[in-house]
Design a binder for this molecule. Structure first.
Ligand code: KG4
Ligand code: ZN
Length: 363
């Protein structure tokens, strides 16, 4: 069964064809990074407009890359939330129209569930193995940080979540404080190279035995470290008539120890994520842990988490290939395939939801 996946929840437009829920036949991602960079983050109105112009060429490219015609597509899976409403609407309405025109099944997919299903994807020319339930899942994206137990396809138990900022948000805000730009995760990872992870004693919110997380105190601690190096802002330049404000990064004295700060900050995030996840794996006697979401692309997290779950729980860590960590439609097609297999199907009333919990009756 060939499923066409469509993902437009934020600032990436993506379409993919996945066969049997695992075999990626194509995965085309058009990113809007350049569009938002000057603003220091995603501008929702700009994102929705760019989705609109990208959606048709991206779907056409995904079909061409898969060497398939539209009549060889058996079903369509589309992200229905959580995400930016304007962006989500573009993908959802396009998917509805296409499924209607072709008389094929349509299924709305939860974006967070799709991130988890990135672990079922097998890149072209790779060996196929599947995660085995029960699986402990750490989902770390720009908007979410969740620790979940997955006992079967579509079956989730929530163990913990962030009480404030998501892990990706912590990376993004930290990068902004350091003047490193957007998106922050890759920028901090890059800046941390050669830096000492123990140069600054930044706080870790362990929260006792709880499986919840908290990252807002860390961000405040970083702010305190950089403040002494901060140079006064120059006179504001007149903003051109663009309707959206440009972001002006902070300026620092050259002595700002960027590499040490980035390395210590990254380590503080990774430390808490890895140790708490490994502790939960140990307590639940779990053999298989999966990592998912944009922050799963972080090299330090991949390495540290693999080490901790092995050491504390004797468990194996499974991570998606890098290209399936950040937003993409292959993961949506995979989640959609397994949802269709258990009888899920959306009607024409399929609607988007900017907030959408995973695993609820509404997912
Ligand atoms: O899953 P994703 O692409 O979008 C959401 O669903 O939010 O995640 C984006 C997040 C951003 O916060 C970005 O900074 C972070 O993932 N990210 C990373 C890395 N690559 C992306 N964080 C740390 N290290 C990375 N290499
Ligand atoms: Zn995402």
């Amino acid at each position: 069964m060939n499923v066409l996946g469509i993902e437009t929840s934020c600032d990436e437009t993506s379409a993919a064809v996945v066969r049997g829920g695992t075999e990626v036949r194509s995965n085309v991602v058009s990113s809007q990074i350049a569009l938002h960079r000057d603003h220091g983050g995603v501008v929702p109105e700009l994102a929705a407009r760019a989705q609109l112009t990208a959606i048709i060429p991206v779907v056409e490219a995904a079909l061409a890359e898969a060497k398939l015609e539209l009549d060889e597509i058996d079903a369509i899976a589309v992200t229905r939330g959580p995400g930016l409403a304007g962006s989500l609407l573009v993908g959802a309405n396009f998917a509805k129209a296409l499924a209607y025109a072709r008389s094929i099944p349509l299924v709305g997919v939860n974006h967070l569930e799709a991130h988890l299903y990135a672990n079922w994807l097998v890149p072209p020319e790779s060996e196929s193995t599947q995660p085995e339930f029960p699986v402990l899942a750490l989902l770390v994206s720009g908007g979410h940080t969740e620790l979940m137990l997955m006992t079967g396809h579509g079956r989730y138990a929530h163990l913990g979540r962030t009480l404030d900022d998501a892990a990706g948000e912590a990376f993004d805000k930290g990068a902004r404080l350091l003047g490193l730009g957007y998106p922050g995760g890759p920028a901090i990872q890059q800046a941390a190279i050669g830096g000492r992870t123990d140069a600054f004693a930044l706080p870790r919110a362990w929260l006792g035995e709880s499986n919840d997380f908290s990252f807002s105190g860390l961000k405040t601690a970083l702010l305190r470290e950089v403040e002494p190096y901060r140079l006064p802002d120059p006179e504001p330049e007149p903003q051109d008539d663009a309707p959206f404000r440009k972001h002006r990064p902070p300026r620092f004295a050259e002595t700002l120890p960027v590499a040490d700060l980035a390395a210590s900050y990254q380590e503080a995030i990774v430390d808490v994520l890895a140790v708490k996840t490994a502790r939960a794996a140990e307590a639940l006697d779990i053999r298989q842990v999966v990592l998912a979401g944009g922050v799963a692309a972080n090299r330090a997290l991949r390495e540290r988490l693999a080490g901790e779950v092995d050491l504390r729980a004797g468990a194996m860590l499974r991570v998606p290939a890098l290209m399936y960590c950040t937003d993409n439609a292959a993961m949506v097609a995979a989640a959609g395939y397994f949802a269709l297999r258990r009888g899920a199907q959306s009607g024409w009333e399929l609607d988007v939801a900017s907030r959408l919990p995973i695993g609820g009756s509404d997912s």
